[in-house]
Design a protein around this ligand. Structure first.
Ligand code: HEC
Ligand code: HEC
Length: 309
C-alpha cells in the first residue's frame, strides 16, 4: 500500500525464493510476519496442495492473495481500501493493460486474473537439476514398491550414501521412521497433514514439513526461522526434540531411542560400508539434498548399471 513491498521482498530469488530474515518485514518497514517466509520451489508438485505453514489454504490462487491484504505484508486491508485500491493503482501503470491483453485476451484486470497470474508464476518455479535429481533419474522404477529409491545413486559420494540410507531408513528397514515419512520424495514435502517436530517444549501447533528442495541455498530454517543452517536443522532431530502435544508420533519414538536407532543398528550390522557410528543423525550431514542452481554437469554414466541393494 506504500509501494514498499513486493512478493520478492520476502521471497528472494537468489535463495530459492525464501527469506534471509527469521520473520519478514511488512510494508511499514517495522512490523514483522509471525512466521518465516518459506522457499517457493516445486510448490506445484506438493503431494497435498495445501499452503502456508498451517496448511490452511487450499489453493495457490487464494494463498497469493493473503500477503496482499495482510496488515503485515502489503497492507491492502479493508481500512486501506482493500484490493480495489490495488487494482486502481495497477490500472495507472502503462504496461499493465497490454500484459493482461497478452495473457487473457483483453485488458480487463480483475482480481481473479491477478490471482491466477501470480499462482501460475509460482507454479513455474521448479528445481529439477539437483544432484539428487540426476542421480535418481536412471533409478526411477514406478513398478516397484519403493520406486527405485533404494538403489544406489551413480553420482553419490560415500557420505551422501550414508545420508540417503538414514533418510530412507524407515522404508528400507521396514520400520516406521525415516525422514522420508514426512519429507516424501521426490518433492520431499509433507505427504498431507501438518506435523510437530518438538522445536519447543509443549509445542501445540503442527506445521507443514516443507520441501527440502534447494534446502542448502536457503536463508533460515523452520517456521520460526530459528536455525541458520541446514546442519543445525538436522541436528535438531538428533539432540533437540522436546515433548509436546504436537510432536509427531514417529518422532516421539525417537525420544526413547526407538525404533530408528534400533533399526539403524541392525542395518549397520547387516550392510557393509556403513560407518559404525550411525546412531545419531550426525552422519546425515551429507544428506543427498544439496542443491545448486546450475545443472549438475555430467550425466551419470549409462554404461554401468545401477547396483540395486
Ligand atoms: C511480508 C512478507 C511476504 C510477502 C510480501 C509475500 N509473502 Fe508469501 N509468504 C510469506 C510468509 C511469512 C509465508 C508463510 C505464511 C504462513 O504460513 O504463516 C508465505 C507463504 C507463501 C506461500 C505458501 C508456500 C507453501 O509452501 O505453502 C506462497 C505460495 C507465497 N507465500 C507466495 C507469495 C506471493 C505470490 C507473494 C506476492 C503476491 C507473496 N508470497 C508475498 C511472506 C511474504
Ligand atoms: C514427523 C515428521 C518429520 C520427520 C520424521 C522429519 N521431519 Fe523434517 N520437518 C518436519 C516438519 C513439520 C518441519 C517444519 C517444522 C517447523 O518449522 O516447526 C521440518 C523441517 C525440516 C527442515 C527445515 C526445512 C526448512 O526449509 O525450514 C529440515 C532440513 C528437515 N526437516 C530435515 C529432516 C531430516 C534430515 C529428517 C530425518 C532425520 C527429518 N526432517 C525428519 C517434519 C518431519
Amino acid at each position: 500500500v506504500r509501494g514498499t513491498v513486493s512478493c520478492s521482498s520476502c521471497h528472494i530469488k537468489q535463495i530459492a525464493f525464501g527469506d534471509t530474515a527469521r520473520c519478514s518485514l511488512g510494508h511499514d518497514g517495522v512490523s514483522r510476519t509471525d512466521r518465516h517466509a518459506m522457499r517457493l520451489v516445486n510448490v506445484r508438485y506438493f503431494p497435498s496442495p495445501r499452503f502456508g505453514w498451517a496448511m490452511a489454504t487450499y489453493t495457490l490462487e487464494s494463498q497469493v492473495l493473503r500477503p496482499i491484504t495482510a496488515s503485515v505484508g502489503m497492507g491492502f486491508t479493508a481500512e486501506s481500501g482493500g484490493v480495489d485500491s490495488l487494482t486502481r493503482r495497477t490500472r495507472t501503470l502503462p504496461y499493465c493493460p497490454e500484459l493482461f491483453r497478452l495473457a487473457f485476451g483483453d485488458e480487463s484486470d480483475t482480481l481473479p486474473r491477478m490471482q491466477s497470474a501470480l499462482a501460475m508464476f509460482v507454479r513455474s518455479i521448479v528445481s529439477s537439476h539437483s544432484r539428487w535429481d540426476s542421480g535418481y533419474e536412471p533409478n526411477v522404477d514406478l513398478t516397484t514398491y519403493d520406486q527405485g529409491l533404494r538403489r544406489r545413486l551413480l553420482n553419490e559420494s560415500e557420505v551422501e550414501r550414508v545420508g540417503r540410507l538414514l533418510f530412507f531408513a524407515g522404508r528400507a528397514l521396514g520400520a516406521t521412521l525415516g525422514c522420508a515419512a514426512c519429507h516424501l520424495p521426490p518433492h520431499f514435502a509433507s505427504p498431507g497433514t501438518p506435523d510437530g517436530i518438538g522445536l519447543s517444549a509443549g509445542e501445540r501447533r503442527a506445521v507443514k514439513a516443507p520441501s527440502l528442495k534447494n534446502v542448502a541455498v536457503a536463508g533460515r530454517y523452520m517456521h520460526d526461522g530459528g536455525f541458520a543452517t541446514p546442519e543445525e536443522a538436522i541436528h535438531h532431530y538428533d539432540v533437540g526434540l522436546q515433548d509436546g502435544p504436537a510432536l509427531g508420533p514417529l518422532l516421539r519414538d525417537l525420544l526413547t531411542g526407538r525404533p530408528l536407532r534400533m533399526g539403524l543398528d541392525a542395518y549397520g550390522r547387516g550392510a557393509s560400508g556403513l560407518p559404525q557410528d550411525t546412531r545419531g543423525f550426525h552422519g546425515a550431514d551429507g544428506y543427498p539434498l544439496q542443491q545448486s542452481f546450475s545443472p549438475s554437469g555430467a550425466a551419470p554414466s549409462a554404461s554401468s548399471p545401477p547396483t540395486g541393494r
